[in-house]
Design a protein around this ligand. Structure first.
Ligand SMILES: [Zn+2]
Ligand SMILES: [Zn+2]
Length: 335
């Protein structure tokens, strides 16, 4: 298999760079680390996966713009997924930079990375409850274990709340809390150039995975849709996402993502109407990029969690309700 080359290191605006950092064995291929230059050093938005390749690519990228890892003073993490947060510890170790996260993601670190057994138990129980066959439930819950090797857990030095302005000399960047893809997801608004850094919240082509799971909070898709609306007031010239490529047209993309989920809601309602009423059965009826029997492991768990996120949002809208019993089943309200 030939892999397409990574995009180049690019100057986005004077003093602001985009550095692609490879993600191993992942169709997303790379995370885009954005680098702010200041008189006092470099400030990053996201870091990359914790692999030697990723670290070398980041170091080479910083070298291309005339700096080095030791010049980094701060790392703002959009969310704790390993492709964004994994490398933060190594960068801090080499540079003494602060690492910043939203408190809602900082609160998940211990369960997710330091003591995953309990979380795995809850995940397995949840899969059974959603209607997974018992022989599949345990395997599904363990599907993300290999990822743990790619994260060194660092506690954040700085907590960024909605509206906070991280220390970034000469720049005026503001954190915007956009929960959904992760409970503590942050976007960053740079008003002088009217740039919106969107992490995984808004990507130009793919739809971010919104999963209901033990760490997602009660209605992740509801939060996500509200977080899309939260970006509408910003009249941005260009969007700087963490994957794929930069693009123009934030509002149009917000519309598309909202529409995508409204269409998904229709699919879920139709599935329940037809009597496929557990989250497992609903996931099996939804359209995916390949047929259900070719989706396995982590992908299957993600699909069920995504179906469940839609069901939960519909529940909050008063359109479906839960029936008592295990596995959990749903019915349409009024019909
Ligand atoms: Zn993510
Ligand atoms: Zn990502």
């Amino acid at each position: 298999m030939t892999l397409a080359p990574l995009p180049p290191v690019e100057r986005v605006r004077p003093g602001l760079w985009s550095v692609p950092v490879p993600i191993p064995n992942n169709p997303l291929r790379y995370v885009l680390v954005y680098v702010f230059e200041t008189d006092g050093g470099l400030y990053l938005v996201d870091a990359g996966w914790n692999t030697d390749d990723a670290f070398e690519a980041l170091a080479a990228g910083l070298g291309a713009l005339g700096g080095s890892v030791t010049d980094v003073r701060g790392v703002m993490i959009t969310h704790i997924h390993p492709d964004h947060y994994g490398l933060a510890g190594r960068v801090r170790e080499r540079s003494g930079a602060w690492v910043a996260l939203h408190p809602a993601d900082a609160a998940l670190i211990r369960d997710r990375y330091d003591e995953p057994e309990e979380l795995l138990g809850r995940m397995s129980a949840a899969m059974l409850r959603y209607g997974a066959p018992p022989e599949e439930a345990e395997g599904l819950s363990k599907a993300s274990m290999p990822v743990l090797a790619f994260v060194t857990t660092v506690k954040p030095d700085v907590l960024l709340e909605d509206g906070d302005k991280p220390e970034l000399p000469g720049w005026d960047v503001q954190a915007i809390w956009t929960p959904g893809h992760s409970p503590g997801h942050l976007c960053f608004w740079e008003p002088r150039n009217r740039l919106m850094l969107t992490g995984d919240h808004v990507l130009p082509r793919i739809t971010p995975n919104i999963s209901f799971h033990p760490q997602s909070g009660d209605d992740p898709l509801g939060y996500f849709l509200a977080s899309l609306d939260k970006l509408r007031p910003y009249d941005s010239d260009e969007v700087l996402p963490a994957h794929e490529h930069r693009f123009v047209g934030l509002t149009a993309r917000l519309d598309e993502l909202t529409e995508h989920h409204e269409h998904r809601f229709e699919e879920v309602l139709e599935s329940i109407r037809q009597g496929d009423d557990t989250p497992w059965a609903v996931a099996g009826r939804m359209q995916w990029s390949r047929s259900w029997d070719r989706i396995s492991g982590f992908m299957r768990r993600a699909a069920v969690s995504e179906a469940m996120a839609h069901i939960r949002a519909l529940e909050r809208r008063g359109l479906v309700r839960e029936l008592p019993g295990e596995p959990v089943r749903y019915e349409l309200v009024d019909g």
